[in-house]
Design a protein around this ligand. Structure first.
Ligand code: HAM
Length: 402
């Protein structure tokens, strides 16, 4: 009998994992530059957290959750996204005041799998909590943009919209619903089922898009505070040279958004997987979870999609490969010495021929080579340079050139 990964999940090893590592290392570096420390929350949470936080009527909650009853009779769910868990953790900690957290890890959604749409997928993201000012939105959007640019996502576009708040959205939703009622005969079945439930989501429907060109736009029905916030976010983005496109149709698939909503689109990828990330403000989420009023803003990026599109140079696992013209023990001893000096070194444990060892070295992509013949001296090589040195001097020589 053979086993395979469950449908919609992947085994990822080298060389593909080299790209994953490059992309994840860059994430840590960029999140750090903007002052976001790592936050770790459980991979599963009480099911109700997502029902109340993300919204029971959303596709993610109603159709895509991995929910089960644990041995203690509690209903728990593998997290389909990270925001609800991070907000829960912050409220639970009793902390107050501006707070930042960056996360990186697997999420789970029961989707129809295809390239870039997986049942277990990896998100990186940030949440910036207890902050209200538009500069927070701009900082968050800028971080995502700079990171995606650094990992070489092609044709990157930032798309923004404002979804209003509890003051202005109800009147807009009523207006949109009246408009959709008039269009009823032309709408698809999915959209028809959303008119009562969540009419904003109809704006997202690709099938109905041609019918909805003159739909009322939320951004034209914002109350003064929301309009002012949206204007200030756009000005702030311009001040840090982030080009963006406004799209009145951008509504997002999760219910917690208020005011700013945005997406990062990789125009170089096929439409089904070109949404490489998205986020926005969620000023009502903490209250929906039973906490105090606590505004926040954040985003998540899909690493599976970023890896598909990135042209980043993969990072090799090995700096130096040890080739032994003597015994395997000579190679073991030499590699051990280099590793203790902080180099990533590897060698052949199977005693194969020198030419076989050289073949392995080019496969693993090591830039440095150390040839040992069993004595105290070794030959070190990088590109066209080579020298014979005592083993104790080899790591210094290599480090200066790697
Ligand atoms: P989301 O738009 O549902 O937002 O997901 C963010 C990104 O995760 C998507 O743009 C996509 O790149 C990736 N993604 C989503 N589902 C899949 C999948 N099945 N397979 C591969 N990649 C996928 C959120 O999750 C929000 N929590 C973002 C946020 C954070 N908003 C505020 N803070």
């Amino acid at each position: 009998m053979t086993f395979h990964p469950p449908k919609g999940t992947d085994d990822i090893g080298a060389p593909e994992s080299h790209v994953w590592r490059a992309v994840l290392q860059d994430w840590e570096s960029w999140a750090g530059r903007y002052g976001y420390p790592l936050v770790l929350t459980p991979l599963f949470e009480a099911t109700e957290l997502f029902e109340r936080g993300v919204g029971g009527d959303t596709e993610v909650v109603s159709k895509q959750m991995y929910t089960f009853t644990d041995k203690g009779g509690r209903s728990v769910t593998l997290r389909p996204e990270g925001t609800a868990g991070v907000v829960r953790a912050y409220l639970d900690s009793g902390a107050k005041g501006a707070w930042k957290g960056a996360y990186s890890g697997p999420m789970f959604r029961y989707e129809r799998p295809q390239a870039g749409r997986r049942r277990q997928f990896w998100q990186v993201g940030v949440e910036y909590l207890d902050v209200e000012g538009p500069a927070a939105d701009a900082e968050v959007i800028e971080l995502g943009y700079r990171y995606l640019t650094a990992v070489a996502v092609p044709g990157l576009e930032v798309v923004v919209n404002s979804l209003g708040d509890e003051v202005c959205r109800p009147a807009y939703v009523a207006l949109l619903r009246r408009y959709l009622e008039e269009k009823r005969p032309e709408l698809c079945d999915d959209s028809l089922s959303l008119i009562d439930l969540n009419p904003l989501r109809v704006l997202d429907c690709k099938v109905c898009a041609p019918v909805l060109t003159d739909a009322p736009a939320m951004s034209e029905h914002l109350c003064d505070p929301c309009a002012g916030h949206y204007l200030a976010v756009k000005e702030s983005l311009r001040s840090v040279d982030i080009a963006f496109r406004e799209d009145a149709r951008l509504v997002r698939g999760l219910d917690y958004y208020t005011r700013t909503a945005f997406e990062y689109v990789a125009t170089g990828l096929a439409a089904a997987q070109n949404a490489v990330g998205g986020g926005g403000r969620y000023d009502g989420l903490a209250e929906a979870l039973g906490g105090r009023r606590m505004p926040g803003v954040g985003f998540a990026l899909g690493i599976d999609r970023i890896v598909l599109s990135s042209s980043l140079e993969p990072i090799s696992d090995v700096d130096v490969y040890v080739v032994s013209e003597g015994t395997t023990i000579d190679a073991l001893r030499t590699a051990s010495e280099l590793r203790r000096e902080g180099l990533r070194a590897d060698f052949d444990t199977e005693g194969r021929s020198v030419s076989a060892q050289f073949r392995t070295l080019s496969r693993v992509g090591a830039r440095g080579v150390v040839v040992t013949r069993g004595g105290d001296e070794v030959e070190v090589r990088i590109a066209d340079e080579r020298e014979t040195l005592p083993l104790s001097k080899a790591s210094e020589w290599l480090k200066g050139r790697l």
